[in-house]
Design a protein around this ligand. Structure first.
Ligand SMILES: Cc1ncc(C[n+]2csc(CCOP(=O)(O)OP(=O)(O)O)c2C)c(N)n1
Length: 574
């Protein structure tokens, strides 16, 4: 005989799922029992379900297969929510298997009862409660197909008495549809876009994650148009390396060269990007937008020419139509600005460098205790991490340091909560990545606020032998919020974190722990961390007053900073 739970787990194993993440309990006991007896699927018990959702989401991003997490009745399911929203916004195929009270108690406000189909209505592309074996195998198939085809979250809820029910003998094992043939753009759209491109004196490309499979084509187009290429953070992974046209990122973590590239272009060509920070985009230019998803067209900036279709096909179509250019002045100007900026960044890698920016942001970066500059830590991770390392990064200042100092080699991967912007994603995502391949190096760049939010799951790294390298940018602050407050002219408030020695915490739970307080110890510590053959946490006390300067700091940001610093000085003198 086969039970509902066994059919579900066999389906997932056939699809290629190798791990399921969650917390065991009540309604889901038949499911975990089926996993226990299925050799192809490993159960990873986490301490907080949110960690399971983030880890499974990371696995889906890396493997292209369905990620799977579980949360049992009521609170266990609710704990998944933040990780599920991250998957939704990153467009990641994720299946959440959730528990429910037994069918006879449903609808009676029973102990722990929560209506999952209502709870998950906003986050899920598909959500259903299995109330009869007659719904199988179709509900399983629909859930998997919805997650994979719509690249989102599917939720299957099993009431307590359903998981162990027997399915009819000849019930076929559901199979999921994974093919997604690329949609070609129309000739008319390509003709109009190409004519606009040819009419423009200068073109700048803004390229996002949607072009990740079209690297050769996007580079060929940049060469043909002599166009600088601003990359979104999500495009960095595949497009940064060996790319003579890229000028880094825009937005708060970007650099001045992107502003040069935007300000001086007649035409902005957006490829596979939904970059949301409109204030950084150029104004008064003609815009051409290529996107596989027509709902993305024009939602960030007015678009004169829309090309809806697969990025590779659309770029190939443009390459067949646009004229080659020989004038490289626009490209050279943006690239020179980029080279100069990268050169200046190197100064931060000298521990004795005293930074005094010129102009509006002139001020001294306080570092009275001689703490490690976060830039140096990121640069050393870049230097010593494997060429195919997987990096995960927490939302916060760590994202800026990684964006600026860690280069993607082509084989390196980069995961973050880049659309939801949740804290505490880096450690869970690293666990997920390590679970897929324990021999590949996984480096998590964690904020101290982010790490401590889901700290309990350090235990998962130890107990499931997940050899993650957890690097804590320990500035004793909710640093990004400190920066926000100061740019707005508010004195820093509520951002100080009274942290433990995270290295000792790590040791206590079974990881190796290394702590660095003196910049001179950093290089050796980074080497040891990355070379350690098991889970390890490197706790680095970094300077909380290190700030990042955006591509075009505004007058109000600079004033705000000055005012906030004055208020803080007054407060500390009182
Ligand atoms: C779950 C969640 N809560 C709050 C925020 C708002 N927020 C964004 S960054 C940040 C501070 C992050 O601090 P930390 O992890 O220490 O990193 P740092 O910025 O200091 O490098 C906060 C509170 C958020 N993005 N996500």
């Amino acid at each position: 005989m086969t039970t509902v739970a066994e059919l579900l787990i066999e389906t997932l194993a056939e699809h290629g799922v190798t791990q399921v993440w969650g917390v065991v309990g009540d309604a889901l006991n038949p499911v975990t029992d089926a996993i226990r007896r299925e050799d192809r699927v490993e159960w990873v018990g986490v301490r907080h379900e949110e960690v399971g959702a983030f880890a499974a989401g990371a696995q889906a991003q890396l493997s292209g297969r369905l990620g799977v997490c579980m949360g049992t009745v009521g609170p266990g399911a609710i704990h998944l929510l933040n990780g599920l929203y991250d998957a939704k916004k990153s467009r990641v195929p994720l299946l959440a298997i959730c528990g429910q009270v037994p069918r006879e108690d449903m609808g009676s406000d029973f102990f722990q009862e929560v209506d999952n189909d209502v709870l998950f209505a906003d986050v899920a592309v598909f959500s259903a409660t299995v109330t009869s074996v007659d719904q199988l195998p179709r509900l399983i198939e629909q859930a998997g197909n919805a997650a994979l085809q719509e690249r989102g979250v599917a939720v299957l809820t099993l009431p307590g008495d359903v998981g162990g029910m027997e399915v009819p003998k000849d019930t076929p094992v559901p199979r999921f549809v994974t093919e997604q043939p690329p949609v070609p753009p129309t000739d008319a759209a390509l003709d109009a876009a190409a004519a606009a491109v040819d009419a423009a004196a200068t073109v700048t490309l803004l390229v996002g994650h949607g072009a990740k499979h079209a690297r050769a084509e996007v580079l060929a187009l940049a060469e043909r148009l002599q166009a600088p290429m601003v990359l979104t953070l999500k495009a960095k992974e595949t497009l940064e390396h060996d790319n003579p046209f890229e000028v880094g990122q825009s937005g708060l973590l970007g650099n001045h060269a992107s502003a040069v590239a935007f300000e001086r272009c007649d035409l902005l060509l957006m490829v596979g990007t939904d970059f949301p920070y409109t204030q950084f985009l150029p104004h008064g230019t003609t815009t051409v937008q290529l996107d596989a998803d027509g709902t993305h067209i024009g939602r960030r900036t007015p678009v004169e020419h829309a090309v809806v279709g697969d990025a590779r096909l659309a770029l190939t179509g443009l390459l067949e139509r646009v004229a080659a250019r020989t004038d490289g002045e626009h490209l050279d100007r943006a690239r020179s600005s980029y080279d100069a900026w990268r050169e200046r960044q190197q100064q931060f890698l000298d521990p004795s460098y005293d930074r005094r920016p010129k102009g509006l942001l002139r001020r001294r970066v306080d570092n009275p205790e001689g703490r490690v500059r976060p830039e140096l830590l990121a640069a050393l991770l870049d230097r010593y991490a494997d060429p195919d390392a997987i990096f995960t990064v927490d939302t916060g200042m760590a994202t800026t340091w990684l964006a600026r100092f860690v280069r993607m080699s082509g084989e390196r991967r980069l995961l973050g909560s880049f659309n939801l912007g949740s804290m505490a994603n880096a450690m869970p995502q690293a666990l997920g990545a390590a679970g897929l391949d324990r021999s590949r190096q996984v480096v998590a760049c964690c904020g101290d606020g982010g790490l401590s939010m889901l700290l309990g799951d350090l235990l998962t790294a130890a107990s499931h032998d997940l050899p993650v390298k957890l690097v804590v940018f320990d500035n004793g602050r909710l640093g990004m919020v400190k920066l926000e407050m100061e740019q707005a002219g508010l004195p820093e408030f509520g951002t100080v974190l009274h942290n433990p020695d995270f290295a000792r915490v790590a040791e206590a739970v079974g990881l190796r722990g290394i702590r660095v307080e003196d910049p001179h110890d950093l290089e050796e510590a980074v080497r040891q961390t990355l070379a350690h053959d098991g889970p390890v946490l490197l706790d680095v006390l970094t300077n909380p007053d290190e700030v990042s300067i955006p591509p075009k700091p505004t007058l109000s940001q600079a004033w705000g900073f000055a005012i906030a610093k004055t208020k803080e000085a007054v407060a500390s003198a009182e």
